[in-house]
Ligand binder design. Structure first.
Ligand SMILES: [Zn+2]
Ligand SMILES: [Zn+2]
Length: 91
């Protein structure tokens, strides 16, 4: 039976992920994310969506990119308005 690379679980429904020419075996998406997903350079969370990349650096969102000085990245909410209205506060 294939064995998960991350946790070592021997699982009959394991699957493989091929990334950059190398094939990896996992028993769950969680383990695959842990092993393969890039981490945000600012907050360290795993990037499991599209994320943002600039000059080979990865960020989970534009705010994290800005904190690290990558000011060219924008979230969709920041694009296409001449005078963006700030989002209402959560409370
Ligand atoms: Zn696993
Ligand atoms: Zn982040």
């Amino acid at each position: 039976m294939p064995r998960c690379e991350t946790c070592g679980n021997d699982y009959d429904k394991a699957f493989t992920v091929t990334m950059a020419g190398a094939t990896h075996v996992f028993d769950s998406f969680e383990c695959a994310i842990y092993a393969l997903a890039p981490a945000c350079e600012h907050c360290g969370c795993r990037i499991i969506g599209h994320g943002m990349e600039v000059s080979g650096r990865f960020f989970c969102c534009a705010n994290c990119a800005h904190q690290e000085g990558a000011l060219s990245l924008k979230d969709r909410a920041q694009i296409g308005r001449q005078d963006p209205t700030p989002a209402p506060p959560d409370r």
